[in-house]
Design a protein around this ligand. Sequence first.
Ligand code: GTP
Ligand code: MG
Length: 170
Amino acid sequence: VNKIRNAKLVLLGDVGTGKSSLVLRFVKGQFVEFQESTIGAAFFSQTVAVNDETVKFEIWDTAGQERYHSLAPMYYRGAAAAIIVYDITNMATFTRAKKWVQELQSQGNSSTIMALAGNKSDLLESRQVSSEEAEKYAKENGLFFIETSAKTAINVNDIFYEIAKKLLEG
Ligand code: GTP
Ligand code: MG
């Protein structure tokens, strides 16, 4: 029997890190160079099959612009999983990602599975955040870490698959 498990998932992270692009890649298999900045939040859904089970992600793609910060709790409250996204070419976005992790650890649900995504991994020549530094931070904070590229699709399905697996294990 193929059971379907619904799971609320939220993407958080600084403006321009590629949250919407990751979702667009995962849900529609597309990438656009001129993705518009999200206003408020956008909703998507997509399923992932793990063995004989299916996770249906209900995805909230939040807006990174600071003026929308106060809306974030509506989206991370009760979330089964959160993907915190930074841009490997921009150290300030990594700093912002750590702030999101802190906020989730203090305000969110302790059972929320947290993943840290270092996006834009195709832009290696502009890298500012080393994978070692991010990996170390993720380990210390109990996050699942992966570097992704919404542009090339590298590790995009993988991050959702890993989350689905953890949800089903948990
Ligand atoms: P807000 O909605 O403003 O919070 O931004 P966002 O996090 O949703 O970022 P968005 O997906 O809009 O991407 C911002 C810009 O980065 C767009 O021009 C994308 O095309 C580009 N971009 C996103 N992901 C990647 C990536 O993996 N590689 C490269 N090279 N560019 C990317
Ligand atoms: Mg967006």
